[in-house]
Write a protein of this length. Structure first.
Length: 221
């Protein structure tokens, strides 16, 4: 029989992403989050509304979503308990966060220029998604007004490490080679081996391609 419990968090397992944005002075901020999901070439990113990254993103409307693999876990963990907000918000100070201006330096990551947006990409991350803000959605407005926000972005350009490309299909990522860093209940994990063939995988990926990406490909032809 199932039992009823009341867990403090519901982080059942999602990929870790590093969101790079620009501060007011033009310096780069880098924030790890695990509240991120995709549909087509759009993404929804969840934040505490008073954090520096959502403030930057809502001000500039630009970011890069960098996806680390399991190989970058030590660098990602160096960003834990750091904030780009000065002074540190009280709720973060109570949890042990401290302010650090140069997140790239302290993590050991390298900033490289983006093509279509101003925030930099993270060179060491195998996948980098340049994006712009399209919508802002308050979350839990009735119980926690102003505390949580979901930011919807559209992906403008996808950069991947060459070794992740599926052989014979240059616009496909090989899922057997991609090993994302996953967070489950605030702990780091990686993917295991494929457990079962998927009937969904028999559908050509091109069926999911949004019209604006079809247009980009047509312009390249």
């Amino acid at each position: 029989m199932h039992e009823i419990i009341h867990p403090s968090i519901l982080y059942f397992g999602t990929p870790v992403v590093l969101v790079s944005t620009l501060n007011e002075d033009g310096s780069a901020n880098l924030s790890p989050i695990s509240s991120a999901w995709w549909l087509g070439w759009n993404a929804v990113l969840g934040f505490g509304a008073n954090s520096k990254t959502p403030q930057n993103l809502q001000r500039t409307h630009q970011c890069v979503i960098n996806l680390p693999s399991v190989n970058e876990v030590a660098n990602v963990d160096r960003l834990a308990l750091l904030t780009g907000s000065d002074p540190v918000p009280p709720h973060k100070a109570a949890r042990g966060y401290t302010f650090h201006r140069d997140k790239f330096a302290i993590s050991g990551f390298t900033a490289v220029p983006s093509h279509l947006v101003s925030p930099p990409r993270v060179r060491e991350c195998p996948i980098q998604l340049e994006a712009e803000l399209t919508e802002s959605h308050p979350l839990a407005a009735e119980e926690s007004p102003g505390r949580l926000v979901a930011l919807e972005v559209k992906i403008l350009r996808v950069h991947i490490a060459p070794e992740l490309r599926l052989e014979g299909k240059p616009d496909h990522i090989d899922p057997l080679k991609w090993r994302p860093l996953v967070m489950s209940f605030c702990r780091f994990f990686g993917l295991g081996e494929e457990v079962h063939p998927s009937r969904l995988a028999t559908i050509p990926e091109s069926f999911y391609r949004p019209p604006r990406v079809e247009a980009l490909l047509a312009n390249q032809a």
